[in-house]
Design a protein around this ligand. Structure first.
Ligand code: DC
Length: 232
């Protein structure tokens, strides 16, 4: 019998995965695992060392030389460490988003980072978000959600999010970055961004955060209650 429950949330950048996953994790007392942060930390390491991120061999050579770790602070927030340094804020910079997308396109890099991700689900009830959680990382997840929204809606949200952090961005620049990453993440050969066959697709273009949360929370309750009953 499976000891822990897993919920996979996949989708393009800016669809609301991380804020919704975080809130669901709080509500259902699961741990939230942001897998994009792992690729971002590797992207940052490659950026700092001036490594060609499109060169799979070069990125593979870097991996054993660095230490990528994940931790949780007292507030239950995931923090990322690169060789012991807390890089949780730096990995959010727009140029690092592109680096993350670049390094994540390599199959061997993805395989290298797979066990680190699966390990969370072996030891905890998890809500994990990313691009290939339902298809590759946790194909046995009890609930798979593919969260999507139009690129314009996602760009508007990303701008608002950045504005709240005091960072002003230009709409066209944000839209361009989102569309560049969508294209690269969906067209790559290695674990491209796509919905698992058994994923429930939720489009949040025209619904706000609270409504999206209610919708997803209902899905969680419906999907997990019978399984929890069976385990009693
Ligand atoms: O979710 P995010 O925007 O923080 O992810 C950063 C990049 O990492 C994204 O462009 C694609 C990649 N990624 C991935 O390939 N697989 C995942 N499971 C998570 C992220």
């Amino acid at each position: 019998m499976k000891e822990f429950f897993s919920i996979a949330i996949d989708g393009p950048s800016g669809a609301g995965k991380s804020s919704l996953a975080r809130r669901l994790a709080e509500a259902f007392r699961f741990i939230y695992v942001d897998t994009g942060a792992i690729y971002r930390t590797l992207g940052l390491a490659a950026f700092r060392r001036g490594i060609d991120r499109k060169d799979e061999e070069a990125v593979m050579e870097l991996l054993p030389k660095i230490k990528i770790e994940t931790g949780y602070n007292e507030a239950g927030e995931q923090r990322m460490y690169l060789d012991g340094e807390d890089v949780s804020e730096q990995i959010r910079l727009p140029e690092i988003s592109i680096c993350a997308s670049d390094v994540s396109a390599h199959q061997r890099v993805r395989t290298y980072l797979l066990e680190m991700q699966r390990d969370f689900a072996r030891k905890n009830n998890v809500i994990m978000d990313g691009r290939d959680i339902g298809t590759v990382v946790l194909p046995e997840a009890e609930l798979k959600i593919f969260l999507t929204a139009s690129s314009e809606a996602r760009a508007r949200r990303r701008m608002l999010e950045q504005k709240n952090k005091g960072i002003e961005e230009n709409f066209q620049d944000v839209l361009r970055e989102i569309e560049y990453r969508d294209k690269q993440d969906s067209s790559r050969a290695a674990a491209p961004l796509k919905a698992a066959e058994d994923a429930l697709v939720v489009d949040t273009s025209d619904i706000g955060f609270e409504e999206s949360f209610r919708l997803l929370a209902e899905l969680v309750v419906t999907r997990l209650s019978p399984e929890r009953e069976e385990q009693k």
